[in-house]
Design a protein. Structure first.
Length: 466
């Protein structure tokens, strides 16, 4: 029978020592394109709730529906050869916007595109940043290159108006909307620091980092904490540069670079992308030259996060870790390099295990999604659900055997369910008060056997209480 999981947890889950030994690693697409080149990406977008579906763009738009195992060209109707920005409507995954020489829009999941640049007129240029209002998705913001300003549409791209009063002209590299106050947005510029609007883009004021090279922005959806990163020319007043953090909406900034590369006593990192995983709070920094760095403590410290990512691309040796973009959702991460696209958390030949949380710690709901690897579909197998309390609560290991929780003693892993392996979704938590167990991580795994789950890395942390 097909596995249909319903896991209602009274304690939360993490990985036992037997499984910890086999950590996830980056997987490269290594896919050739139609003209013999190698697939790469300057922009990435993950479909909300479906991390196996993602878009990547560089000189074309590409789409995967199998977690990066393969990518298909998905740009019929886009007439320009450079696409520098991508964004998906958070309320309708069929609506996707692409920034090229002008703005292009798809209403059928990338199958076809039409240009929606009416109003740009004389100011027409390459669109290097896009953002969709999460509350009113017909409102979209576009940042243009070469000082041609920030633009806004309120009708899904049919008409655009210039919306940058107060902003000094500069190339706009990123736009971020505060998820807790959607009229508040930030624009990162290449030459003139960061800008902020609190009235939906009508008026702008300087928001710090008034130097060159702000290339990436990310906002923590839980706290509205703002992070910024950029090229080595991005520097604070003390001469440092790298990643900066603001907890007061850009009024003040703190350099948060502990663990990042340094030279001559200064942080030396070329930051091109920032992304925050709302399921865990982890922050990912994509750099040009040194790969990915991760912080799990709000930027206080960083560690290289490059396992499985080669230092040099054997097909096109310009640096496999020359990254330009990073995107994350529910523990699934994509990174775009000059000549490759990598994924993390989608190991096991296309297996995907992820989670989507809603609510607060006083009433948390969590949906887990398992997409089995193509070679596993239809095979007999097992599902494992485990729990480890954080060290502050004793750190004990527990497994659910489908009936109740068992303390794990280091022997064979108790099995939650067995049967024919198939894709499934499951309600892990439903309105549960988890406020007393902050710091615990939720893990789901499957395999044809315990050893197959471990060796094939067919498991994932789907949520960490934070």
């Amino acid at each position: 029978m097909n596995i249909k999981l319903r896991v209602f947890l009274t304690v939360l889950m993490c990985l036992p020592a037997a499984v910890q030994a086999a950590t996830n690693a980056w997987t490269a697409s290594n896919q050739a394109t139609e003209n013999g080149g190698v697939l790469g990406a300057a922009a990435l977008a993950i479909q909300p709730g479906v991390p196996t579906t993602a878009y990547a763009s560089g000189y074309r738009v590409w789409k995967t529906t199998n977690g990066g195992v393969s990518w298909q060209a998905s740009d019929t109707g886009i007439t320009n050869s450079t696409i520098e920005a991508l964004v998906i409507d958070p309320t309708n995954p069929n609506v996707v916007y692409a920034g090229s020489y002008g703005v292009f829009k798809s209403t059928n999941g990338g199958a076809s595109w039409a240009e929606v640049s009416n109003g740009f007129g004389y100011y027409m240029n390459f669109v290097t940043a896009l953002a969709v209002d999460p509350v009113t998705p017909s409102t979209v913001y576009a940042g243009l290159n070469a000082g041609y300003g920030l633009w806004k549409t309120t009708d899904g791209g049919a008409n655009w108006t210039k919306s940058d009063t107060g902003m000094v002209a500069a190339a706009i590299k990123a736009i971020a909307i505060d998820p807790q106050a959607h009229a508040t947005l930030y624009a990162a510029t290449e030459l003139n620091g960061l800008w902020k609007s609190t009235d939906g883009g009508a008026n702008w004021v300087a928001a710090g980092l008034a130097s060159e090279g702000v290339y990436a922005l990310a906002i923590d959806p839980a706290t509205s904490t703002l992070y910024a990163a950029g090229r080595p020319s991005l520097r604070a007043t003390d001469g440092t540069y790298g990643v900066f953090k603001s907890v007061d909406g850009g009024a003040s900034w703190t350099a948060v670079n502990n663990g990042l590369p340094s030279a001559n006593g200064k942080t030396n990192v070329d930051g091109r992308g920032l992304a925050i995983d709302s399921s865990s709070g982890a922050i990912y920094l994509a750099t040009y030259g040194t790969g990915v760095y991760r912080s799990t403590d709000g930027g206080a410290s960083w560690a290289a996060f490059n396992e499985g990512m080669p230092a040099e691309n054997p097909v096109y040796p310009t640096g496999a870790r020359n990254l330009k973009a990073v995107a994350v959702a529910n523990g699934v991460i994509y990174a775009g390099a000059d000549n490759n696209i990598y994924n993390y958390g989608l190991s096991g030949g296309g297996a995907t295990i992820s989670g989507s949380a809603s609510g607060s710690n006083n009433s948390l709901s969590l949906l887990a999604t398992i997409s089995v690897a193509s070679g596993d579909a239809g095979q007999f197998g097992y599902v494992y659900v485990a729990a480890q309390l954080p060290s502050t609560l004793g750190g004990g290991w527990y497994f659910h055997n489908g009936v109740h929780w068992l303390a794990w003693d280091g022997g064979p892993l108790p099995i939650y369910a067995s049967g024919t392996l198939a894709d499934t979704s499951l309600q892990v938590l439903s309105g549960l008060d988890v406020s007393g167990i902050v710091g615990t991580a939720i893990i789901v795994g499957y395999g044809r056997s315990e050893s197959d789950m471990v060796s094939g890395q067919k498991y994932a942390v789907i949520y960490t209480i934070h």
